[in-house]
Design a protein around this ligand. Structure first.
Ligand code: C5P
Length: 408
């Protein structure tokens, strides 16, 4: 495995030689790319000795570029790992600016990128850093840590770089998962986000779904080689790369788009928060406030998930259940009632579930269950897709993949 290890200027850079050793113990070839400020914390001599390769740092180093240009380096990498990653390099990755060799490689590579942030806890919690973290995650960049604990500045909090061994293990996990491609040749249809049910030309009924979980599932399925169609309600998210996105508004439109996409699908995952009811008739003109009170008659929306589960020779069907109480009971009830293959249940409330970057879920199928502790939605989605793939091959058999069992 070829790893470009980017080292940026934080005190945790003193752990970089140890990280290089851990990566090399796992048989990785490590090409180090340092930023100018990293050189303040760790010496080139030490890093060259442990990596066994000349260190790269300057985009304009003619001799080094002749040996392997920055574009060749970007192609050579199976993984670009930045550890430690400062708030500054995170901001640079978000902006797409490429003033130095490391950020240029990040722009030019098609390999996965993982970063292990390390900084003072106030810097980590700063709104700008958190917004950058969310954007990077949205774009599929893996964020490893940071850990919580005492910091070099003498304070305590979140911002410590993960230990080198944990980073090395995660790096191999990420790069390795690129080869497995659990869903190569499979078609996966996913619904995500809320729906909007119009009342009149300016008003509608909707809910608090952000679409983050469904988008993360789409990204994770695509990363496993699936052809993914994402049927999305109105959300404020970047479209996942390599995924076909169909935008819809109402539950009815989502139903139509899903049934159009579902032909030949192997797996259907309903992550959308579809309206259960819609106004019985949509007023053509804006409703005026003439009365003291008013009623809006509502009628049921089609249940997209149940309709797909009822298809003859339909796909392996996975639902989500967002509940505020009795999560397991209600979820298991839905699994049976809607005749699903699997249900992924989570509790929603002010402090969990909707419009957050993390989630805690329990998954149920007819004769099994698995609990997933709190994790960032992107990482959780990766594990959930691996479980869905495993159960899919277990139930639908035929071309079952041996390597799936190894993961779950
Ligand atoms: O019954 P409930 O709405 O709680 O079920 C949630 C699951 O059903 C989710 O997977 C959701 O995407 C799906 N659903 C649907 N169409 C509806 C309502 C819910 O596909 N009209």
């Amino acid at each position: 495995m070829n790893i470009v290890l980017g080292i940026t200027g934080g005190i945790a850079a003193y752990k970089a030689p140890d990280l290089v050793r851990r990566l090399r113990e796992r048989d990785a070839d490590v090409q180090i790319v340092m930023t100018a400020s990293a050189e303040e914390f760790v010496t080139e001599t030490a890093l060259q000795a442990v990596s066994g390769r000349p260190i790269r740092s300057n985009l304009w180093d003619k001799e080094a570029e002749r040996a392997m240009s920055h574009i060749e380096l970007a192609r050579w990498a199976d993984l670009v790992l930045i550890a430690p990653a400062t708030a500054e390099v995170m901001a640079r990755l978000v902006s797409g600016a490429a003033p130095d060799l490391l950020s240029t490689i990040c722009l030019a590579t098609e390999a996965p990128i993982a970063i292990a942030p390390a900084m003072n806890h106030v810097m980590w919690n700063n709104q700008a850093t958190q917004a950058n973290r969310a954007t990077l995650e949205e774009r599929g960049i893996r964020i490893l840590g940071p850990g919580v604990g005492s910091q070099a500045c003498g304070e305590t909090g979140a911002g410590r770089m993960l230990e080198p061994d944990a980073i090395a293990a995660a790096a191999f996990d990420i790069a390795g998962s690129q080869d497995e491609r659990l869903l190569d040749g499979k078609k996966v249809v996913i619904t995500a986000g809320p729906t909007r049910e119009p009342i009149d030309p300016v008003r509608y009924i909707t809910n608090r779904s952000s679409g983050k979980m469904g988008y993360a599932m789409a990204r994770a399925a695509a990363a496993q080689g699936a052809e993914v169609v994402l049927v999305s309600g109105p959300v404020n998210l970047e479209e996942p790369a390599g995924v076909e996105v169909t935008h819809v508004g109402t539950a009815h439109e989502m139903y139509e788009a899903t049934h159009t996409a579902i032909e030949n699908a192997d797996i259907f995952i309903a992550a959308a928060a579809v309206a259960d009811y819609r106004p019985a008739d949509i007023k053509e003109q804006k409703i005026k406030k003439t009365e003291e009170s008013m009623r809006i008659d509502l009628v049921r929306c089609p249940d997209i998930l149940a309709s797909v589960a009822a298809l003859e020779a339909g796909p392996y069907t996975v639902g989500f259940a967002a509940e505020t109480e009795k999560v397991d009971d209600y979820a298991k009830g839905k699994l049976r009632k809607k005749k699903l293959d699997m249900i992924i249940a989570n509790r929603v409330g002010d402090d969990c579930g909707f419009d957050r970057d993390d989630n805690t879920v329990s998954v149920f199928w007819s004769d099994g269950e698995e609990r997933f502790p709190q994790a960032q939605k992107a990482l959780l989605a990766r594990d959930l897709i691996a479980l869905v793939a495993h159960r899919y091959y277990a139930v639908r058999g035929a071309d079952s993949k041996d390597n799936v069992i190894a993961i779950h």
